[in-house]
Design a protein around this ligand. Structure first.
Ligand SMILES: Cc1cc2nc3c(=O)[nH]c(=O)nc-3n(C[C@H](O)[C@H](O)[C@H](O)COP(=O)(O)OP(=O)(O)OC[C@H]3O[C@@H](n4cnc5c(N)ncnc54)[C@H](O)[C@@H]3O)c2cc1C
Length: 222
């Protein structure tokens, strides 16, 4: 198994509980948008506690980036990442699977499930190919929306937020169900990418199938 100790260059919070880590990139380390690796903290006793995270940087960037939701309700790995900052080290491993981009379509994300889409949409933006893509992003409240400004800038009208409870009059308070998905599952949408908590993914895939979308056009984490 590949193993690289990488230095944290900088960190900052992108929402109240999502932290971005910019890291040194090992020479020759390559990945494609949507891929992930197993990560641990290079501190005594934590080196073997591996957790998967998706790259939110692009392969041609000088540095690596992860965008990580911190769970403070128990003392897991992400809680410990609160105290990992510039100068500390993480350990990264082989690059693997996750979400595979096949062509333009509707990206449906629940909370931190948006991370594979960050890299994919950034890449498409860089290549000028975002025109036929939309992001449907479900969150609890507006303070949970990851990279809102960036998505508004690159996707414009193609960035659709849905909140459980809306404190922002520009954002719809709703729940993504079959009826709502049906509005966005238009003929132009070639593929449907789904990523989020297990229950969210199961529900979205079921609704899409009920709307008559063929399984071959639905892409989930591998
Ligand atoms: C391919 C892949 C890519 C991923 N990429 C990303 C990414 O880019 N960014 C990102 O933020 N996440 C990503 N994840 C999810 C991430 O791996 C997990 O959130 C992380 O491993 C959680 O680690 P943890 O030790 O903090 O929590 P875990 O202990 O693994 O717990 C995770 C969940 O269980 C709950 N939980 C577990 N035990 C308790 C307890 N005792 N009390 C209360 N609640 C509890 C937590 O609240 C949380 O909801 C990815 C997952 C996969 C499979």
């Amino acid at each position: 198994m590949e193993k690289h100790i990488v230095k944290v260059l900088s960190t900052h919070m992108v929402t109240h509980n999502v932290k971005q880590f910019d890291l040194e990139k090992p020479d020759g380390y390559k990945f494609i948008p949507g891929q992930a690796t197993d990560v641990s903290i290079n501190k005594p006793g934590l080196e073997d506690d591996l957790h998967p995270f998706t790259f939110t940087s692009l392969n041609d960037w000088k540095d690596l980036q992860f965008t990580i939701k911190i769970y403070t309700d128990h003392d897991g790995m992400t809680n410990k990442l609160q105290n990992v900052n510039a100068g500390d080290e993480l350990i990264i491993h082989d690059v693997w699977g996750a979400i595979n981009y096949k062509g333009p379509g509707l990206f449906i994300a629940g909370g931190a499930g948006v991370t594979p889409f960050i890299a994919i949409l950034r890449q498409l933006h860089e290549e000028g190919k975002l025109k036929d893509c939309k992001l449907l992003f479900a969150n609890k409240s507006s303070k949970d929306i990851i990279l809102r400004e960036e998505f508004e800038n690159i996707l414009g009208q193609g960035f659709i937020n849905i909140l459980d409870s809306s404190d922002d009059r520009n954002i719809m308070e709703d729940h993504i169900d079959k009826q709502l998905l049906g509005i966005y599952a238009t003929r132009e949408m070639e593929y449907y990418y789904v990523c989020g908590p297990d229950k969210f993914t199961e529900d979205m895939v079921r609704y899409l199938k009920e709307l008559g979308i063929a399984e071959s056009r639905i892409v989930t984490e591998q």
